[in-house]
Design a protein around this ligand. Structure first.
Ligand SMILES: Nc1ncnc2c1ncn2[C@@H]1O[C@H](CSCC[C@H]([NH3+])C(=O)O)[C@@H](O)[C@H]1O
Length: 346
């Protein structure tokens, strides 16, 4: 490190074009990670194929290509390099080695699907308009096939947040618990509750094509006898009533505040008198720029939905107040970037 006098460190850093070049070329960063996942490079290195020659055999790729890819991945922090040997970092070993139960590689099939990437193809026009250019409400079009893909490939990634939420909302895991999981997707949030608490009964609501994936996951978790479904739009279908807990995980951010309130009013009516609603969301601080991952999620909503957003705690408070909820509790869900909001009906 360059020695700095206290006088120098008070000054603004020298101007640098580094951020410009890094950002303009950031599509190559995405491409490098995608290529490594598709070549199963991280698993190969985890299996101790550590040189370019060994990796070329294992990944069925050229030595030149792998040398340049591995050096690039080292530069951006996914690998380490000593001499001509590459190794995984702790994060890469946990999240990118296919043999890990926390493997995230399959999520690129959703996150980098053509639907998603194309939504950001002309962001200038999206910004001019103030919402997605995708037809029919973008991601919110009824039975959009992207949600089937989401349910299939994101289930492993949601297993941990689902277990964390279950601990928060059903600590004892012994009481009777009727749960409605709205926009259930893969169904993992409800399934995690049913796995912990033998008296939990889950009703999962989503589009019919998505519910097929949730039902399959419920069968695999051996809780299908306590797993029902309601197919259709959360704005239209009858929820039933008397629920002890309603889950709204990663759903409200797709809509503007009046639409969120429509859902919350319907939830309020469907809850038992001592019932609760639990939200799982990316919730930025009031400055809307921290924490970075939660706050950046607004851009995802700008590109893919007409009116969605990452709402702050004060915005959720307002929505809860206007829809009759009481006692809102905010809970962190480390090590994930989600936060949970639990509100009582009364
Ligand atoms: N109008 C709607 N009614 C019901 N579900 C919807 C609607 N629009 C989108 N969805 C579903 O909303 C889900 C959003 S993804 C969230 C899935 C899950 N709760 C999780 O936290 O991981 C997808 O499964 C969509 O199919």
């Amino acid at each position: 490190m360059r020695p700095q006098s206290s006088q120098q460190s008070d000054r603004a850093p020298e101007p640098s074009p580094a951020l410009f070049f890094e950002t303009v070329n950031a599509y190559q960063r995405t491409a490098a990670l995608k290529a490594a996942i598709e070549l199963d490079l991280f698993t190969a290195i985890g299996e101790k194929n550590e040189t370019v020659q060994e990796l070329a055999r294992r990944c069925d790729a050229s030595e030149r290509g792998l040398r340049i890819l591995c050096d690039y991945l080292t530069i951006i922090g996914f690998l380490t390099k000593e001499g001509d040997h590459y190794a995984l970092t702790g994060d890469s070993s946990l999240f990118l080695d296919r043999r890990s139960s926390a493997y995230l590689g399959s999520s690129i099939e959703f996150l980098l699907s053509p639907t998603h990437v194309e939504a950001f193809g002309d962001l200038k026009e999206v910004v001019r308009k103030g919402g997605t250019l995708m037809p029919d409400g973008g991601a919110l079009a009824p039975e959009h096939p992207m949600w089937v893909r989401f349910a299939q490939v994101m289930a492993p990634m949601m297993a941990l947040p689902a277990r964390l939420l279950a601990n928060i909302v059903d600590e004892r895991a012994t009481d009777k618990l009727r749960v409605l999981d709205i926009a259930a997707g893969h169904g993992m949030f409800g399934i995690a509750l049913a796995e912990r608490n033998p008296r939990a009964k889950i009703t999962a609501l989503d589009w019919p094509n998505v519910l097929e994936v949730a039902r399959q996951n419920a069968r695999e978790a051996k809780i299908e006898d306590r797993f029902q479904t309601i197919a259709g739009s959360a704005f239209e279908v009858d929820y039933g009533d008397g629920y002890d807990l309603v889950l709204l995980a990663n759903f409200l951010h797709h809509f503007d505040m009046p639409a969120c309130e429509t859902i919350l009013r319907r939830v309020h009516a469907a809850l038992a008198e001592d019932g609760r609603v639990a939200l799982v969301e990316f919730i930025p601080d009031e400055d809307r720029i921290n924490p970075p991952i939660a706050a950046s999620f607004s851009l995802m909503m700008l590109g893919t939905t007409p009116n969605g957003d990452a709402y702050t705690l004060s915005q959720f408070d307002e929505m809860f107040q206007r829809t009759g909820f009481a006692e809102v509790e905010l809970r962190a869900m480390p090590p994930t970037f989600f936060r949970a909001l639990v509100a009582r009906k009364r």
